[in-house]
Design a protein around this ligand. Structure first.
Ligand SMILES: [Zn+2]
Length: 247
């Protein structure tokens, strides 16, 4: 029943905005850094929590330890992270809506670029990604492999400037252009699809106010008190649902 309603909502929508959360990462088999068992392991091993590690304050004060963590715990996922069936379903949806003169936009805070890897073109990576790291001095871009191969703190091979990771760190502001783009796309959408997260998560809470329609759909396998704000709720794994409603 819910699947039929969802199918119908999708068919009736020209512009679809998708907020893709960390559940999508978990469904691709990657441990999310806030998840308890993993967070405890990290804390036991390094004496610092993953959240503390991935902050601007930590990066600025202890860059050497920051890079030890970033290489061993973040960049290690760079090659084996694979898109799941839901990522691919969204690619088909984007192509379908474009044929119909519509648009699908995906916004995510994930740094793993799985939507882009799957083939989605309109993707807003609000927190950047681990694949584009830049020299703070000359702006040259470096791959994760370059960073992995650099001992200690990576430096630019042209100007010796420090390379900073291409991800937004805790304590840093979202880029203004990105904020405007997410707000505008959400406002223009006929349907807001929130997947693998809940309505009070950072991005959904901040941007759902821009959505003015009545097709706010939530697909998440955990329940939250704010779920009732959605027009349609499906408490299942996203990768089980989307492939069944998108041809
Ligand atoms: Zn440089």
């Amino acid at each position: 029943m819910a699947y039929e309603t969802l199918k119908q909502m999708i068919a009736e929508s020209r512009r679809i905005m998708v907020f893709s959360g960390m559940g999508m990462i978990r469904e691709s088999g990657i441990a999310y850094f806030r998840d308890a068992p993993y967070a405890y392991q990290v804390e036991a091993e390094y004496g610092v929590s993953p959240e503390e590690f991935l902050s601007a304050a930590f990066y600025n004060s202890r860059p050497s330890l920051f890079y030890k963590f970033y290489k061993a715990e973040v960049l290690k996922n760079r090659n084996h992270a694979r898109p799941n069936a839901a990522h691919y379903a969204l690619v088909r949806l984007e192509q379908q809506k474009e044929r119909e003169g519509g648009k699908v936009t995906v916004a995510t805070r994930s740094i793993s670029s799985l939507h882009k890897k799957a083939g989605s073109r309109n993707v807003i990576e609000a927190c950047g990604n681990m694949f584009h790291n830049t020299c703070t001095n000359c702006g040259k871009e470096f791959s994760p492999d370059y960073i992995m191969e650099s001992p200690g703190i990576p430096h630019c091979d042209e100007c010796q400037g420090a390379i900073r990771p291409g991800i937004l760190l805790a304590g840093e502001m979202l880029d203004n252009g990105i904020v405007t783009r997410i707000a505008n796309e959400t406002e223009a959408a006929d349907m807001l699809l929130v997947i693998g997260t809940h309505l009070d998560a950072y991005m959904t809470k901040r941007f759902r106010q821009y959505y003015e329609g009545e097709r706010l759909v939530l697909i998440n396998d955990e329940t939250y008190p704010t779920d009732k704000l959605a027009n349609l709720i499906i408490h299942e794994r996203v990768s089980d649902v989307l492939p069944q409603v998108i041809d």
